[in-house]
Ligand binder design. Structure first.
Ligand code: ATP
Length: 272
């Protein structure tokens, strides 16, 4: 185990919207101090489960546990001292500088009191970790998508929580920043839970995967047990070749399923 990260768990979690079960009977445990990815196709419920774990959504039934307590029963400030959440979308027209955005991560620690040396140190370290120090005085509105993503993650790091919950943190990042981020998340002592689309990165960097499909858990465990050709075909409708690398991690190669004559006919609109 890497460090003193928090323990999170979903117990029979359900969330319903407009009469539709979006998350349905989801149960899994997040190993403390490890890097867990929620994977699954678009609309499978990854963001919803992440928000339920963060206490940002109230389950229709079941429980999201943070160190054994129902997260919705805890005070927001207590939760914000224990977990930082990075959302998928960012507000685009904030009239504020990058260093002010990162300083927002200190709010759970300082409340309304004046900025301390510790706040300044935490903000500086977080900006350095995400390579955004040179952007400190830039206006948020002027940043590119990838720069905003890195600043948002810096804000979460400045919160100095024992857990990081991130919704598609690699969004907008170029390949080198993606790898740097995954490396950092795999090394931190904090518990990390991230919704991810890149199965190759999940295979290489994560300790634990939870595969979701239509709001339910299809499989959970170490990457080698979850990223199997059978499960990937069943959930993503792709053909997967999986080899085990010397370090025991899966090497995943994905290709489209061969098209059957009937699927070709139904997709071909040029003759109609
Ligand atoms: N407030 C809402 N009202 C109605 N439907 C919703 C609501 N929020 C989410 N959904 C639906 O719930 C399903 C799961 O959404 P969610 O964002 O959790 O999926 P996801 O796995 O994170 O998807 P993606 O990979 O596309 O980001 C989707 O079909 C979405 O349209």
């Amino acid at each position: 185990m890497r460090g003193p990260g928090t323990a999170h768990a979903a117990r029979s979690l359900a969330w319903t919207a407009s009469g539709r079960a979006i998350v349905d009977g989801v149960t899994f445990a997040v190993p403390p101090g490890r890097f867990t990815a929620l994977i699954g196709p678009n609309g499978s419920g990854k963001s919803t489960v992440l928000r339920l774990l963060a206490g940002l959504r109230r389950p229709s039934s079941g429980h999201a546990l943070l160190d054994g307590s129902d997260v919705t029963a805890l005070k927001r400030r207590d939760v914000a001292r224990r977990l930082a959440f990075v959302a998928q979308e960012t507000v685009s027209d904030l009239d504020t500088t990058v260093s002010e955005v990162v300083m927002l991560g200190r709010a759970p620690h300082r409340g309304r009191s004046a900025t301390t040396e510790e706040d300044i140190r935490a903000v500086g370290q977080a900006m350095a970790a995400m390579g955004v120090t040179a952007l400190a005085d830039r206006s948020w509105a002027s940043l590119s998508g990838g720069e905003r993503q890195r600043v948002n993650i810096a804000r979460a790091l400045a919160q100095q929580t024992p857990a990081l919950l991130l919704d598609e943190p690699t969004n907008h990042l170029d390949i080198s920043h993606r790898l740097d981020l995954m490396e950092m998340l795999s090394r931190t002592a904090a518990t990390v839970v991230a919704a991810l689309h890149e199965l190759d990165l999940a295979a290489r960097y994560c300790d634990h995967l939870v595969l979701l499909h239509a709001g339910r858990v299809v499989a959970a465990g170490p990457p080698i047990t979850v990223l199997t050709p059978r499960l990937l075909e069943q959930v993503y409708q792709v053909r997967a070749t999986v080899n085990q690398s010397p370090d025991g991690r899966p090497d995943v190669y994905l290709a489209p399923l061969p098209r059957t004559p009937s699927s070709c006919a139904s997709n071909d609109t040029s003759r109609s």
